[in-house]
Design a binder for this molecule. Structure first.
Ligand code: PMP
Ligand code: GLU
Length: 394
């Protein structure tokens, strides 16, 4: 008997987390798996942040926090938005949640109705489409390619807009392509959106600091976009705090209020110790974590060089985040090690089973010709993984 809701039956398991679980399972069974599937920094949380958490425990922080986050933390977020993004958000426009994933879930549920459409430039981060679908709204995928650096053009945006369009949702730096929208590109997209004031933009900036370019611009910096843009951010990536589960938004006040109302019925607010630790993370000068960013830049070069040495792999040059997203369609229709590869999911499975290397199929990101390789791993693991991939494909 299946007593599950239609909503849950329709929901897909997160492909990134599923692949990570599978890799973990195989490892526990004694297989020598190299995990390049999960977007999770291999650094530990910086000591100055850990210290703040220990101090918070010792100072007896233990009770429910305000639903939308401690006022001191919201002050730190306000200052961070001003310092790093030249954005003026009032405390009433900021909501702290249990990871940026919950921030995104809150925003979707605060704004979307069944029948609404949400424009998702492909490739998009794995959870966007399912979070949208949970609200009964419809994701509208806009395909892009290596030739456009996986970015949506203003003409593509315009063509995707219908009277039902309620949101446009993207990450920059992008998971999985590493692409970054420049100030000019965002302004061009904004010019199209100007004609459609009902469309709200979700700008997911969780990879903000993992950016190897000078392109640092937020949609909300455009005057006429500020009161219809939700800026999403968090500490998981640059501060190596994935398990601490803190994310946040800067948003129009009515959306922030709705997210707080929703969160008050679902989680009561984020973990009190983690919130105190995040104050230390956000108050610190950004160069305290530059050793992490520098390492990622070195690994990007290494990974990209190795990708380019694999016959049939083609890739853009990722400018941020910690992924490469090569097109592997050259191998579709071929039989390798007795296995027929029909699509990126077969290819990713082939790499797992024959090379013991875990990656994620591009299908989960709305692009079935590519696979995602995370370089949030040691240089030794990256080199070894590509050696194994070479061997299987040759
Ligand atoms: N957005 C993007 C683009 C991501 O890659 C992630 C990674 N998990 C998230 C949001 C969610 O981050 P978290 O919930 O760990 O803050
Ligand atoms: N964002 C990471 C990834 O894309 C973590 C996994 C997840 O939250 O789905 O791999």
């Amino acid at each position: 008997m299946n007593q599950l809701s239609d909503q849950v039956n329709r929901l897909q398991t997160s492909a990134t987390l599923a692949m990570a679980a599978k890799a973990r399972e195989l490892k526990e069974a004694g297989k020598d798996i190299i995990g390049l599937s999960l977007g999770e920094p291999d650094f530990t949380t910086p000591d100055f942040i850990k210290k703040a958490a220990i101090e918070a425990i010792e100072a007896d922080y233990h009770s429910y926090t305000p639903v939308d986050g401690y006022k001191e933390l919201k002050e730190s977020i306000k200052n961070k938005f001003k310092r790093d993004n030249q954005l003026d958000y009032q405390l009433s426009q900021i909501v702290v949640s249990t990871g940026a994933k919950q921030s995104l879930y809150n925003v979707a549920n605060a704004v979307l109705n069944p029948g609404d459409e949400v424009i998702l430039p492909c490739p998009y981060w794995v959870s966007y489409a399912d979070i949208v679908k949970l609200t009964g709204a419809t994701p509208v995928e806009v395909p892009t390619s290596i030739e456009s650096d996986f970015k949506m053009s203003p003409a593509q945006l315009e063509a995707a807009i219908t009277p039902q369009t309620k949101m446009m949702w993207y990450s920059s730096p992008c998971n999985p392509s590493g692409s970054i929208y420049s100030e000019t590109e965002l302004k061009e997209l904004a010019e199209i959106l100007k004609k459609h004031p009902q469309i709200i933009v979700v700008s997911d900036e969780i990879y903000e600091h993992i950016n190897f370019t000078e392109n640092k611009f937020s949609m909300a910096q455009i005057d006429f976009m500020k009161d219809r843009t939700v800026t999403v951010n968090g500490v998981s990536k640059a501060f190596s705090m994935t398990g601490w589960r803190i994310g946040y938004i800067g948003a129009p006040e009515y959306i922030a209020k709705a997210c707080t109302k929703l969160q008050g019925q679902v989680t009561s607010g984020a973990n009190c110790i983690a919130q105190q630790a995040v104050i230390a993370a956000l108050d610190a000068p950004v160069d305290k974590i530059s050793y992490i960013i520098d390492k990622f830049e070195e690994r990007r070069k290494l990974t990209l060089d190795l990708v380019n040495q694999i016959p049939g792999f083609t890739s853009n040059v990722p400018e941020g985040a910690f992924y490469v997203f090569p097109n592997v369609s050259h191998y579709f229709g071929k039989t390798i090690k007795g296995k027929t590869v029909n699509d990126a999911s077969d290819f990713s499975m082939l790499l797992l089973e024959e090379a013991n290397v875990a990656t994620v199929t591009g299908k989960a990101f709305g692009n079935p010709d590519c696979i995602r390789i995370s370089y949030a791993a040691s240089e030794a693991d990256i080199k070894n993984a590509f050696k194994r991939i070479q061997e299987v494909l040759s």
